[in-house]
Design a protein around this ligand. Structure first.
Ligand SMILES: [Fe+2]
Length: 276
């Protein structure tokens, strides 16, 4: 098993940074912490993992609803306020497929699609969920952001809580996440499971689906290891024994300034990155 020290980033493909970044900053309280040609890093003030947004151009594919990212508000009524605000501003931000507030699994949420081909969610989670085996519902922020920090919307996105993946077989994938990637299962219901790194509250919802969509490597999650040597060891291990572990493809090892990383594809052909 890898001794991963954290789930530190998601990578996400959009069409145009100029269209997609305002959705993150203006509707979801994210901050752009780095921007270079074709790529930007956004971060929520209450959440330490980052989202690295890649500009794929007009041909970047439409992703399904099962590959959304989600943000949490602190009350039920803020989901309704978010729906009002998103509806009122859908023209300005080119949003579509906006769903009315709906309940599911202790959550109450809306979804919408941004012009880069991705779905996003604003949700409220009943804190009672944490008492019913849903540990992923708790502990996403220490101090709440205030309406002075995010004025005029009627809702406050308090944390960047989750990403989402599809898989072929929930039992098989669960073993891979725990036994190979060093992640833990936070909760599971039927064909959905919630995986996370033990060190942090944010999580990835994995949904068993057939048929399903396969994503390009630019859409992936990044896991951290303690040193460049460990990344290099993992690369050797995956290159020689990957097949038996459930690794289906291994990218080139990249090293610069004491940092090493590589990407790989898992048993569901979902992409991951290992870095230090
Ligand atoms: Fe979600």
């Amino acid at each position: 098993m890898l001794k991963t020290t954290g789930l530190i980033a998601g990578h996400y493909e959009c069409r145009s940074l100029d269209e997609t970044l305002p959705v993150f900053t203006d509707l979801l309280a994210m901050e752009v912490i780095e921007r270079k040609s074709g790529e930007a890093t956004v971060k929520h003030p209450n959440t330490d993992w980052k989202l690295i947004v890649h500009e794929g151009g007009p041909g970047a594919p439409e992703k399904t609803f099962d590959n959304h990212y989600g943000f949490r508000v602190a009350s039920h009524k803020e989901v309704e306020a978010a729906w009002d605000f998103v509806e009122a501003n859908k023209g300005k931000y080119r949003l579509s497929k906006i769903t009315k507030p709906q309940s599911a699994h202790f959550a109450y949420s809306i979804y919408f699609r941004e012009p880069g081909g991705n779905h996003l969610e604003i949700e409220y989670y009943n804190p009672g969920g944490a008492l019913h085996g849903r540990s992923h519902t708790a502990g996403h922020w220490q101090s709440a952001i205030t309406s002075e920090q995010f004025p005029g919307r009627g809702y406050l996105p308090q944390a960047f809580t989750h990403g989402t993946l599809q898989c072929d077989d929930v039992e098989r994938s669960r073993r891979f996440y725990v036994e190979v990637l060093g992640l833990e299962i936070a909760a599971g219901f039927n064909t959905a499971q919630y995986i996370k790194h033990p060190a942090s509250p944010w999580y990835v919802v994995v949904l068993q689906r057939s048929p399903r969509q396969y994503l390009a490597p630019v859409n992936r999650f990044a896991l951290q290891l303690g040193s460049a040597i460990e990344v290099e060891q993992a690369h050797r291990e995956f290159t020689t024994n990957g097949q038996s572990l459930g690794v289906t493809e291994v990218g080139k090892l990249e090293t610069s300034n004491g940092a090493s990383n590589f990407i790989f594809s898992d048993l569901d052909k979902n992409w991951w990155e290992l870095t230090n």
